[in-house]
Design a protein around this ligand. Sequence first.
Ligand code: IPE
Ligand code: IPE
Ligand code: MG
Length: 249
Amino acid sequence: MDILSQIEKATLPKHIAIIMDGNGRWAKEQGMDRLFGHYHGVESVRDIVEGCAELEIGYLTLYAFSTENWDRPQYEVIGLMELLVKTIRGEVESLNKNNIRLHVIGDVNMLPDYAQKELAEALQITKQNTGLQLIMALSYSGRWELLNAVKSIAHEVKSGRIEVEEIDQDTLQKFLTTSEFPDPELMIRTSGEYRISNFLLYQLAYAELYFTQVRWPDFRKQNLYEALLDYQNRERRFGKTGEQVKASL
Ligand code: IPE
Ligand code: IPE
Ligand code: MG
């Protein structure tokens, strides 16, 4: 039986988050420059976005560039920014045609002006789309996000709009960059690294984590299906006992 037909539509995650890792090593293994890996990584993005849309997944968050990635060699950072702009320009029409809406989370003010402009246009063009919500994490890190949320809440308290006693998890949630989206149920990281690297630190509290050795430029729908099948064979307990979970089904 092929793997896609084993996936149960009813219990798919609503939100999948992916750390797209391994582009550099993939390129090096072929004696090529790291940027070659990033260019090929775009093909995986296309395939996985299409795969998620076909499965009617609600939200897909892709970690494309972290706050820490600004510390990479200048030529790689510039190469990535140019690739980002080129990709958005090339893909926006197809996103629109497929009813996919683009969102961005992260410190976009750090991006070069030409990239900010391209992104703003793509956000505007896809604004009406109600299918897959594609969230690009760019110049993003979980600590940056939490720090900003804390500062914003402190401002609210200072100006008297919120009482300290009123602050609860909903308040915090409202000040995160992901306030419009549900938390991811599944987080995938490619390329054999077993860490979170400052991605969605708050939102991944109860996510199922899936790690694969496959480098991002080799990751295709078939690999996504394997991750989904693995996810569907897990028991999500949220602190309860296995017996309690079974009884509630
Ligand atoms: C992920 O691949 C892409 C970005 C971080 C932009 P890497 O560039 O981290 O590839 P490796 O981990 O060095 O192989
Ligand atoms: C995480 O990958 C960030 C992205 C995939 C955009 P990195 O390759 O930067 O993470 P570390 O440095 O290995 O933890
Ligand atoms: Mg990496």
